[in-house]
Design a protein around this ligand. Structure first.
Ligand code: UDP
Ligand code: MG
Length: 324
């Protein structure tokens, strides 16, 4: 298998068939062995039946049906878990990405890059509630992670399978794939991709997504910087707090000795107690973090989704169990 295309689908009944047709056209033009993995994320609008029909007539269509809606990240994670292709392509199932961009992105992979991510330079979504919040979020994420990314929301990406295997995706983490992959040591490159307005169906996200992405950013920053040694973060904060406590304590004593200021009435004494308590708490958090970091790294293999059924999937699916 050369290429695995992963398409998350949640209530996209009018889009499924045209999406399949467009993808097939492009992939057949490439003359490669490929599979299209549709992950049906708990659709209830007839998408499931439509996908079943496609899988029934085309062996290259693989179908994974979730028991309920687990979210786009889980859907993409499931697709990556069962992809057999050397290269993995992720693309939206709503026709907003243009499959015609795929060959160009694959070329980048051949050039030696491990991950190619799209930039919807001319994004066809509403400005106030979609493009503007997304631009702000992208700017903030680029600043915080020091990773030069302009459009994390673009699902159209091409990456090597071994890179995908190293990603653990939770929450809305599929947006952070380039950053997480970069952290795993992947060579990443951005390319301009086309973007089309939604013709059928509705977007699954609103303005609230931006806030959830910002919360995920905190997690990502922590995972990238401190997941291996949380004591570096919390121990540092603890040191700062304890030093401040010590300084204000010495201040209170000095004021008593040289100025005769009553210690009980001196707010500096309260500050000392507060800072030292907080400092101690930070140290304990650091220790707990060290323990969880070890657990996290030693018992991987927990999946963020539950699969009801698979179609045309030959290999044993380890989805619902922990890895041996
Ligand atoms: N999607 C999904 N599960 C969800 C939400 C969305 O599988 O819980 C799929 C959806 O069907 C589409 C893709 O993810 O194929 C992108 O969703 P959408 O077009 O709503 O996002 P937008 O393009 O508006 O950012
Ligand atoms: Mg869309």
């Amino acid at each position: 298998m050369d290429i695995s295309v992963i398409v998350p689908v949640y209530n996209e009944v009018e889009n499924v068939r045209p999406c399949y047709t467009e993808l097939t056209e492009v992939l057949e033009g490439l003359g490669v062995r490929y599979e299209i993995i549709f992950v049906d994320d708990g659709s209830g609008d007839g998408s499931s039946e439509c996908l079943e029909q496609l899988a029934a007539v085309d062996q290259r269509v693989k179908l994974v049906q979730f028991r309920r809606n687990f979210g786009q990240t889980a859907a993409m994670s499931a697709g990556m878990d069962m992809a057999q292709g050397e290269a993995i392509v992720t693309i939206d199932g709503d026709l907003q990405n243009d499959p015609a961009d795929i060959p160009l992105m694959l070329d980048k992979l051949h050039e030696g890059y491990d991950l190619v991510y799209g930039w919807r330079k001319d994004r066809q979504d509403a400005f106030w509630n979609r493009r503007l919040p997304s631009q702000v979020a992208n700017w903030l994420i680029a600043k915080v992670t020091a990773f030069p990314v302009r459009d994390l929301g673009c699902t159209l990406k091409v990456l090597r399978r071994e890179i995908a295997a190293d990603l653990s995706l939770y929450g809305e983490m599929h947006r952070f794939i380039p950053i997480l992959a970069h952290w795993e040591g992947a060579r990443c490159v951005e390319v301009v991709t086309r973007h089309r307005p939604r013709r059928f169906g509705q977007t699954k996200y609103g303005i609230w997504r931006t806030f959830r992405v910002i919360l995920d950013l905190i997690t990502v920053k922590y995972m990238i910087r401190y997941a291996v040694s949380p004591m570096k973060l919390f121990g540092g904060l603890g040191l700062v707090a304890c030093t401040a406590g010590l300084a204000s304590g010495l201040g209170a004593i000095a004021m008593k000795v040289f100025g005769g200021v009553d210690m009980t009435g001196n707010p500096l004494l309260l500050a000392t107690v507060f800072a030292c308590t907080v400092g101690l708490q930070f140290f304990v958090l650091g220790l707990l973090g060290e323990v969880t970091a070890r657990i996290y790294h030693e018992c991987q293999g927990k999946k963020p989704y539950r699969v009801r059924r698979t179609m045309n999937v030959q290999q044993t699916f380890r989805g619902n169990q922990r890895a041996a």
